[in-house]
Design a protein around this ligand. Structure first.
Ligand SMILES: Nc1ncnc2c1ncn2[C@@H]1O[C@H](COP(=O)(O)OP(=O)(O)OP(=O)(O)O)[C@@H](O)[C@H]1O
Ligand SMILES: O=P(O)(O)OC[C@H]1O[C@](O)(CO)[C@@H](O)[C@@H]1O
Ligand SMILES: [Mg+2]
Length: 343
């Protein structure tokens, strides 16, 4: 069999480790030939592929980004897309199966294509960790580690000046990165999209900490919805696809805190730094196990299914299971963290 791999949606540390593991397992266990499909679904539409050999994936698991490139090309709406065109292109390229590595948008497309008769299996990815049907996605641990390191640094400069420091982290719809990095760094308040924490409460926590002679650290997820607003702040506007480009909440929160408490406050946006660079060891292991198992699913012709993590096991679930909603931070997890807020 000749198997194509593609990465689609935002990049994420661990994508290259998935590619390497899938290729090694495909070649060594199943005697498959492997090709990389460039730039997500666009590579099938444009018939843009590259041979992947054992040598070409050597040393990849420790590297960030994706060697295949990525895009947000829509497999149905893009010119030249649609299941019939894509089937014909795969046949022309001699590709018998596709492993699609992506988030909920990519998996929705992959699921639809599988229903329309394309031989596709999925691998879930996102730093946000918001996909249902899997306990964790690779990239999340790396993002949390980067954010925690950054907050440790914010705390030493904050303590020196007795300032309040606000860190804005990624998390479009859910607050997993904010919750875990904030807890790891000993934050005095964590604000997430799932919980409408009032600013009076945040300012109270900040005051309590400052009165004890400490520098308060406030962590806010980019998707946190501030009081008086119906949606998260998107100061950079809206993309062509209609998706808001989030950002600005850290500055908003800092301004509110300073105005209400008179405590000098600074904000930092961690942004794409959280998605760049080498994956942590934990993410390399998860990605490697996902990549190997995805190739086993191809060998079993389990089209429409995807790999997932449950506890310490790698399991197989229907792709539709990842699309039934977002995996939000449960209220109980937020309440648990709240005990640590304030003084
Ligand atoms: N229901 C759908 N059916 C087919 N294609 C879809 C669907 N939803 C989204 N897509 C396509 O998949 C692309 C990838 O989705 P998206 O941009 O949300 O990234 P993702 O894979 O979810 O990763 P992330 O959001 O974590 O960056 C979208 O840009 C869009 O072109
Ligand atoms: O890289 P882009 O297209 O600006 O996307 C940013 C979004 O991607 C993610 O990193 C992952 O979905 C979100 O946390 C963030 O809102
Ligand atoms: Mg998405």
């Amino acid at each position: 069999m000749r198997v194509g791999l593609l990465t689609s949606g935002g990049d994420c540390p661990g994508l290259n480790a998935v590619i390497r593991a899938a290729v090694l397992n495909g070649v060594k266990t199943h005697d498959f030939e492997m090709v990389g499909i460039r730039n997500g679904w666009a590579g099938i539409i444009e018939k843009d592929v590259v041979e992947l050999t054992r040598q070409s994936v050597r040393g990849l698991s420790k590297t960030g980004g994706t060697i295949l490139g990525t895009s947000r090309t829509h497999p149905y709406d893009a010119a030249g897309g649609g299941p019939e065109n894509m089937k014909a292109n795969l046949a022309e390229l001699g590709v018998d199966a596709v492993i699609a590595i992506g988030g909920e948008g990519t998996l929705a497309g992959a699921n639809r294509l599988a229903k329309d008769g394309l031989p596709v299996v999925g691998v879930p990815k996102t730093i946000d960790n918001d996909l249902m049907a899997t306990d964790y996605t690779f990239g999340f641990d790396t993002a949390v580690q980067i954010a925690t390191d950054a907050m440790d640094r914010l705390r030493t400069t904050g303590e020196s000046h007795r300032r309040c420091m606000v860190a804005e982290v990624m998390g479009r719809h859910v607050g997993w990165i904010a919750l875990h990095s904030g807890m790891a760094a000993g934050a005095h308040a964590i604000l997430i999209p799932e919980v409408r924490t009032p600013m009076t409460q945040v300012c109270e926590w900040v005051r309590q900490v400052h009165e004890k002679g400490r520098s308060p650290l406030v962590v806010v997820a980019e998707g946190f919805i501030p009081e008086g607003h119906d949606d998260p702040l998107a100061e950079a506007g809206v993309e062509d696809s209609g998706r808001p480009r989030l950002g600005g909440i850290g500055e908003w929160v800092a301004h509110e805190i300073e105005a209400a408490t008179d405590i000098e406050t600074r904000s930092t946006v961690l942004g794409h730094i959280q998605r760049g660079g080498n994956p942590t060891a934990t993410d390399r292991v998860l990605s490697t196990r996902f990549g190997m198992q995805a190739m086993n699913l191809v060998a079993e012709r389990r089209w429409g299914s995807m790999v997932a993590a449950r506890g310490t096991e790698i399991i197989t679930v229907p792709m539709s299971a990842a699309l039934s909603g977002l995996k939000q931070v449960p209220q109980a997890r937020y309440d648990e963290a709240k005990v640590l807020f304030g003084r």
